[in-house]
Design a protein around this ligand. Structure first.
Ligand SMILES: [Zn+2]
Length: 262
């Protein structure tokens, strides 16, 4: 059993205020980095406790350089950037994937830092007409290569979104949003126990949770926050303008996670 853990920071235990996730607010950010690997390590430990052979971890927030040296469980294999992520997803060696520290899609109420890719420029992103966030985006790419997502951790809204898209997966809701920019987390120890247990429980779902599949060719649409964001996107290959703020792209297949961007 080989598990791939994708990570983000917005849904991490104790990351409870908007200034906790930006590299510019250095002191808070460093503390968040420590919390990030604490949550991840709980999942890593859960998977090794249930007999995982290899556990891969991707650093998915912002710059992708959020792990403080020496803090990631040394049994985990670090996935190094987008090419490594693509290669691993397509390798045929992954049994399942988990998402740690996730957040809900743009426009979700009572969701901590709800957004899809860019809170500044992305307003509504759809795949074949259904509004999707980053949980579905990743699940679509993994699903194309037959890797099911079996577990999600994050705030309550992110966990609900995970189940809405992916079915009866294991979840670890470690916090509750209070409006968009604040959250209240469980006690850190309890949250990490919840994550570890969800990882353990999710292993029983292997074979039951199907990879998340979409129909191809697929139509991606993005309504931007502003017309100028749409204008610049429409210069990209295959991207067509269909409204003042709306761009669309059709894809015959997905070769890279980036194919799902507009
Ligand atoms: Zn993030």
């Amino acid at each position: 059993m080989n598990i791939f853990i994708m990570t983000d920071m917005e849904g991490i235990t104790g990351v409870d205020s908007i200034d906790n996730v930006f590299i510019e607010s250095e002191e808070h950010y460093i503390a968040s980095c420590r919390k990030l690997t604490d949550d991840i390590n709980a999942a890593v430990d859960g998977y090794f406790a249930t007999g995982a052979e290899k556990v891969y971890v991707e650093d998915g927030h912002g710059t992708g350089k959020n792990f403080l040296p020496g803090t990631l469980d040394e049994r985990a294999i670090l996935v190094d950037g987008i090419n490594d992520y693509n290669r691993l997803t397509k390798s045929g060696t992954l049994t399942a994937a988990a998402m740690i520290g996730t957040h809900a899609m743009a426009g979700t109420e009572n969701a901590f830092l709800d957004h899809t890719q860019s809170s500044k420029s992305w307003f509504d992103y759809t795949i074949n007409g259904r509004s999707c966030g980053e949980i579905a985006q990743s699940a679509v790419f993994l699903g194309r290569y037959d890797v099911p997502v079996i577990m999600v951790s994050g705030d309550i809204a992110a966990c609900e979104e995970g189940r809405r898209f992916l079915g009866d997966i294991a979840t670890a809701p470690v916090k509750r949003a209070v409006g968009r920019n604040r959250a209240v987390s469980l006690d850190a120890k309890a949250a990490r126990a919840l994550i570890r247990q969800a990882a353990i429980d999710s292993v029983r779902l292997i074979g039951k949770i199907k990879p998340f599949k979409i129909l191809f060719p697929a139509e991606l649409r993005l309504v931007f926050q502003r017309t100028d964001y749409c204008e610049s996107a429409c210069g990209r290959p295959g991207v067509e303008k269909v409204g003042p703020r709306t761009a669309r792209k059709c894809i015959a297949d997905i070769d890279s996670y980036l194919d799902l961007m507009i």
